[in-house]
Design a protein around this ligand. Sequence first.
Ligand SMILES: [Zn+2]
Length: 330
Amino acid sequence: MANNEESRGLKSLLDWFANRRKSGSTTPERQEREIADGLWHKCSKCGVLSYTKDLAANQMVCTECGYHNRVDSDERIRQLIDANTWKPLDEHLRPTDPLQFRDRKPYIDRLREMQQKTGLNDAVVTGLGEIDGLPVAMGVMDFRFIGASMGSVVGEKLTRLIEQATLLRCAVVIICTSGGARMQEGMLSLMQMAKVSGALQRHRDERLLYIPVLTNPTTGGVTASFAMLGDIILAEPKATIGFAGRRVIEQTLREKLPEDFQTAEDLLKHGFIDEIVPRTQLKKTLAQLIALHQPSSTIATYVNSQSATTHNSHNVVLWDTRSLSSTAAD
Ligand SMILES: [Zn+2]
């Protein structure tokens, strides 16, 4: 931990760069290069520079303004799932090109390029793991892969994940982000909406818990299906969540839409989602919600494992639904 003097000294990294420039040890060009090298990260919201390692330690949330930078599926799993408990499912599923679709480039080339760039076969990673010792089936969408658009593989992997969770009688968490259905797969991608929704209904029939977490951006066919079918729907602060894009709606209605239209905050105000949870609180919140929906014996074990001071295992209310709403409100 830095002492006060150090933290004052490092308070503004812009000052630090300015001092270095004055002393001749850096130039604007060199500064640009250091940002490009990934040593420093310039916040796209407030413009403050922070040391990439510090930003990563804060789960890629800007310490200055709270902006939630996008994270990939690997990082997300690291943030949420207990170490050494993650077992990926259906990693072998790969997309095909049934329509031999071509836009600016053939779909098959686009897929190959994305697979090389991301190391993923398609835009979702699914698996079983534990959150604070509680079993969970989790799907994480990855925006790097064609904007996390939902094609046959995304739909199939999520459906299999949910079916597995129904068999194992465990909760499902899906970290959603998506530009919508994958147009290169046409009707086949639209069919995934119904398929995943059907699997969720069977999971629900067994009275099991499903929590979607909506991150920036969650749009199109994903919003129109599993993102909005949660028992409890969470979102990250300031996430854009919607079906059709703002511009399309403005042109159709010939009306200017309010500034906060399609933000998590606006959706919360209108009852579309249940809570906004900062990323740094997300693991704890998910663990609390999943524990609350476990059979009572499991809750007792969980509460005891979390709090050495809780002696009465029936006293679950002790355990903090108030902090849940207060942490999420800001
Ligand atoms: Zn910022």
